[in-house]
Design a protein around this ligand. Structure first.
Ligand SMILES: CSC[C@H]1O[C@H](OP(=O)(O)O)[C@H](O)[C@@H]1O
Length: 371
């Protein structure tokens, strides 16, 4: 997507063998890029959320393996790199998907062949992500166009989104926001209600920023406003991302998504999940029971960062000393609350049969290991 008019991706390989990323912890107050040169720097980038978003986490892990193999391309080094990267964050399945893909691409090669093959596989993974997301954009665009027709092509189509499932969460285009970018490019009058998404404020800091860069009309709202807007007919549809979706359509996504889905169900508002196939966990069915939910440092809740009038960015504490803090990063929306899943292969019901209709090659695995 474009940053200050210049087209760029969220991650890229530099000619000197380093990996370029956008430091998302600095947005929206500063646009800073970093160069990762070691496995440890790649792992830190994921752990610290300099990069975040399920697809981008996977891409960063793939490049982290490349950086590791430059130092040591032995079987042991490959396994140690995958283990270190896998341990960075537990919920997004794309991490495991990317690392499993790197292992499959590399384990049969001799150590001397591995680094070159790793860089090629990581690059191909990134290109595949861009193509998947653009296809999700096209499939989601049709839903926005249908909403526009339902409104008699009057006013604007109001879409609510939670957290950041935009191009910053992927290599490019985004998942939940891809349909909005395509709608904007088509001249459809869209408007986005952007949940701020406490405590990390990915909506306020990232979604609002990237929509603004692309000129997409949007309004930032507190996390608890969405239900009120739905009650008053101000939301035509919801589109959110996912970090892991089970074989029967249960959706793990940023904390608070489940509550939005409940409000949408109660008000008859379509609730869509943009789901790239690498984010599907075919080995699980019951997401509430089985998807691991990340718990992060309580300081993400007790402290907030912001920019002073002087331009200095500071961090301040907003809670009393001594209060216990629970910082759950994700929740799981049961499939029954999801109107449909927007995948790169089309839109389907949030169900095992719905997913198998788009991914029939998985039918032989359904009910088996699923991998
Ligand atoms: C397209 S994946 C976006 C997904 O990832 C976010 O989580 P985090 O920012 O903690 O990596 C959030 O759940 C988004 O929906």
């Amino acid at each position: 997507m474009k940053v200050h008019g210049k087209a760029m991706r969220s991650i890229w390989a530099e000619p000197n063998g380093s990996v370029g990323i956008i430091d998302q912890t600095r947005l929206p107050h500063a646009f800073v890029t970093l160069r990762l040169t070691t496995l440890e720097e790649a792992a830190h980038a994921i752990r610290s959320m300099q990069v975040r978003g399920a697809p981008l986490i996977g891409a960063t892990a793939a490049y982290g393996v490349c950086l590791a193999l430059r130092v040591d391309a032995s079987d042991g080094a490959l396994e140690r790199a995958c283990a270190l990267l896998q341990a960075t964050r537990p919920t997004a399945i794309n991490l495991k998907w990317a690392l499993d893909g790197m292992r499959r691409a590399l384990h049969h090669l001799s150590p001397s062949e591995r680094e070159k093959a790793a860089w090629a596989h990581a690059a191909a993974l990134c290109d595949e992500d861009v193509a998947i997301n653009h296809a999700i954009g096209r499939n989601g665009l049709a839903l926005i166009q249908e909403a526009w027709e339902r409104k008699g092509r009057k006013g604007r189509v109001n879409v609510l989104t939670h957290c950041n499932a935009g191009w910053l969460a992927t290599v490019d285009w985004g998942t939940a926001l891809a349909p909005l970018y395509l709608a904007q490019n088509e001249g459809l009058p869209v408007h986005v209600w952007v949940d701020e998404t406490r405590p990390r404020n990915q909506g306020a800091s990232l979604t609002a920023w990237e929509l603004g860069q692309h000129g997409v009309p949007h309004t930032l709202i507190a996390d608890n406003v969405g239900g009120h807007l739905m009650q008053h007919g101000e939301v035509d549809l919801c589109i959110v991302g996912t970090d892991r979706t089970t074989a029967r359509g249960d959706v793990a996504n940023k904390i608070g998504t489940y509550l939005k889905a409940l409000a949408a169900k109660d008000n008859g508002v379509p609730f869509y999940v943009a789901l790239p196939s690498p984010t599907l966990d075919w080995t699980l069915e019951d997401g509430v029971r089985d998807i691991p939910i990340e718990q992060r440092d309580g300081r993400e809740l007790t402290d907030v960062s912001g920019r002073l009038a002087s331009g200095e960015v500071v961090t301040v504490r907003v809670t009393p000393e001594g209060s216990a803090v629970a910082n759950y990063g994700f929740d799981v929306t049961p499939a029954r609350l999801v109107t449909a899943l927007i995948t790169e292969r089309g839109v389907c019901p949030a169900s095992q049969e719905g997913l198998l209709s788009l991914f029939p090659e998985r039918r032989r695995l359904a009910g088996g290991t699923g991998t």
